[in-house]
Ligand binder design. Structure first.
Ligand SMILES: [Ca+2]
Ligand SMILES: [Ca+2]
Length: 195
């Protein structure tokens, strides 16, 4: 950035050369700066929308209340959809609502005995099948909005379509930039079937 400013100053201070030629030289840089600003502005804006969507969804989720005929999960997704103002295609977004025994165990895998000492789980090593699904899981989070008093992680990932092909080679992958947000909360205590 500093180099760019120095370069622009040098152009300004030059006395030879026609203004039109100089403009032709500087214009692409200016366009790239403006486009970059807009792209980053949108990335930040949508990320903030996703964060506030998760916050509102979690605020609903912790109460344990039902919403009409919808399941709690459906209502949670609907809140995220509403709060992102149509900028996030919910059917394409990776939304995960996961229940953990405690905040400290968020993202933890199932316990295992590292037989060959390589620090990771390998097929055949002994493990504690905490969720009883017969296989070792790298993440013990169980999908769902959780019961009374449980810790729940709300997580969303979304491959945002960059607005122009100009910024894509710099920050994107196939014209997309992955946005993500997450929040962890503990459900309020409630009486099942009551509230
Ligand atoms: Ca191992
Ligand atoms: Ca398992």
């Amino acid at each position: 950035m500093r180099r760019l400013i120095r370069f622009l100053k040098r152009l300004r201070d030059r006395e030879d050369g026609s203004p039109a030629a100089e403009f032709a030289f500087v214009a692409p840089i200016m366009i790239l700066l403006v486009v970059g600003t807009i792209e980053f502005g949108m990335i930040m804006f949508v990320t903030i929308l996703m964060e506030s969507g998760l916050r509102d969804a979690a605020r609903y989720g912790i109460t344990g209340s039902e919403f009409g005929k919808m399941s709690r999960m459906e209502r949670i997704v609907e809140i995220i959809n509403d709060r992102t103002l149509g900028l996030v295609d919910i059917s394409e977004a990776d939304i995960q609502i996961l229940v953990y025994p405690d905040f400290g165990q968020i993202g933890d895998g199932e316990d295992f005995v590292d037989g060959n000492g390589n620090g990771t789980y390998d097929a055949g090593e002994t493990f504690t099948d905490a969720n009883g699904n017969g296989t070792w899981d790298a993440d013990i989070g169980q999908s769902g909005p959780g019961a009374s008093g449980q810790v729940v992680l709300y997580r969303i990932k979304y491959a945002w379509n960059l607005l122009t092909p100009l910024a894509a080679p710099l920050i994107g992958e196939n014209g997309k930039f992955t946005l993500s947000a997450s929040i962890a909360v503990r459900n309020e205590p409630w009486t099942e079937g009551g509230a």
